[in-house]
Design a protein around this ligand. Structure first.
Ligand code: MEV
Length: 313
């Protein structure tokens, strides 16, 4: 009999407002993008094989016993086994993802959340979102030293969140669904480098950067009210202002500015970079009837890929 394969998935995420300043205690809003997913499947392996991890997108297979815990997937596997008090199983875990890497959609976190869900389910005790979020936070520290916790929270809970570092996440109810176009600049960017650069700038001019962080925090609060009231014009303006402030913080890029300008000129209600910046993705808030025009404008301005996501549906 063919052994049955057990599969679990996890979504991409995008940050609506508040990236970077969230690292410094200001609020931020993030939403899952449920149509783009990372997948993990586990099936029983040969006796004494231990856990073999096949990372299809990395083109890499490795046995858990042969890698150190600085490897993020190995770290997650060990964390799951420790949480459950379970011995290493003889199993094969295969991972793949729709998400572009190094682009602000949380690809590393989505893979590790999918892996934790699948491995814990395989071991007969699927871990709840709050535990998976905490484990994914530990893995995030390998990707960049001082994560705020927003990425693991939105991906593990798979709900829109209003997030303040150190406080329990508040799940946002979206009464009026809205449409985002996500566009990839084609420029790979490292979250670790971008977060480290902002920290360096903040250390050299704390009062200046604290004002920027405060303004972005106020934008996140206003965006929360706009999302709650379905005030999409206002939300678009807040996207634009958040982008300006991120540019002042030094994390935009001429191609991100070009894409956000193109989206606005083609009728988007607002546009901003999303995630750690310096490359990666932008998001544009669009009316459903302008999706095609904005998408074409983004491609003409050099976007290498676009995705349409309905948020809150
Ligand atoms: C990365 O998706 C978001 C940042 O704010 C970093 C973090 O919150 O840990 C840039």
């Amino acid at each position: 009999m063919t052994p049955s394969i057990l599969e679990r998935t996890a979504p991409a995420k995008t940050i609506l407002c508040g990236e970077h300043s969230v690292v410094y205690g200001r609020p931020a809003i993030a939403v899952p993008v449920s149509t783009m997913r990372a997948r993990a499947s586990v099936l029983p392996g040969p006796k004494d094989s231990g856990l073999v991890i096949r990372a299809l997108d990395l083109g890499r297979d490795f046995a858990l016993r042969n890698v150190g815990q600085d490897q993020p997937l190995a770290r997650m596997a060990h964390l799951v086994l420790e949480s459950l008090g379970a011995p290493e199983p003889d199993a094969i875990m295969t991972l793949s993802s729709d998400l572009p890497v190094a682009s602000g959609m949380g690809s590393g976190t989505a893979i590790s959340v999918a892996a934790a869900r699948a491995l814990s389910a395989f071991l007969g005790s699927e871990l709840p979102p709050e535990v998976i979020s905490a484990l994914a936070y530990e893995v995030e520290k390998i990707h960049h030293g001082t994560p705020s916790g927003i990425d693991n929270t939105v991906i593990a809970f798979e709900q829109p969140v209003y997030f303040v570092r150190g406080a329990p996440p508040e799940i946002l109810r979206i009464h009026t669904p809205f449409h985002l176009l996500i566009a990839n600049s084609g420029i790979a960017a490292s979250t670790r480098d971008s977060v480290a650069e902002v920290r360096h700038r903040w250390e050299t001019a704390p009062s200046y950067y604290n004002v920027i962080f405060d303004c972005i925090g106020a934008i996140a609060q206003a965006a929360r009210a706009a999302v709650d009231q379905g005030a999409l014009q206002a939300l678009g303006v807040l996207f634009n202002e958040n982008h300006e402030l991120l540019a002042r913080m030094g994390v935009s890029h001429f191609q991100l500015d070009r894409l956000t300008d193109a989206a606005r000129e083609a009728g988007a209600l607002g546009a901003k970079l999303t995630g750690s910046g310096q490359g990666g993705n932008i998001i544009a808030l669009v009316d459903p009837d302008t999706v095609d025009a904005v998408r074409q404008a983004l491609i003409a301005a050099g976007a290498t890929a676009t995705w349409h996501a309905e948020i809150g549906c």
